[in-house]
Design a protein. Structure first.
Length: 65
């Protein structure tokens, strides 16, 4: 199940993700999203992966564990 979220704060969206769910943000948020996935994933005991879509200029984070 993919969930597109742009108006929800990144940390809130990441915290609420179930395994297999994703959130997508504009490319301008890419650095912060990657950093948050790494740092807060470690703190919360969760794992995330990120992927960029250059054509749409978006970045997607998916919870994998």
């Amino acid at each position: 199940m993919t969930e597109k979220v742009i108006d929800k704060p990144i940390l809130t969206a990441l915290r609420e993700l179930e395994i297999g769910d994703s959130v997508t943000y504009p490319a301008e948020r890419a650095s912060y999203l990657k950093s948050a996935c790494s740092q807060f994933g470690f703190e919360w005991g969760k794992k995330f992966t990120t992927s960029s879509n250059r054509e749409d200029r978006t970045i997607t984070a998916t919870r994998i564990e």
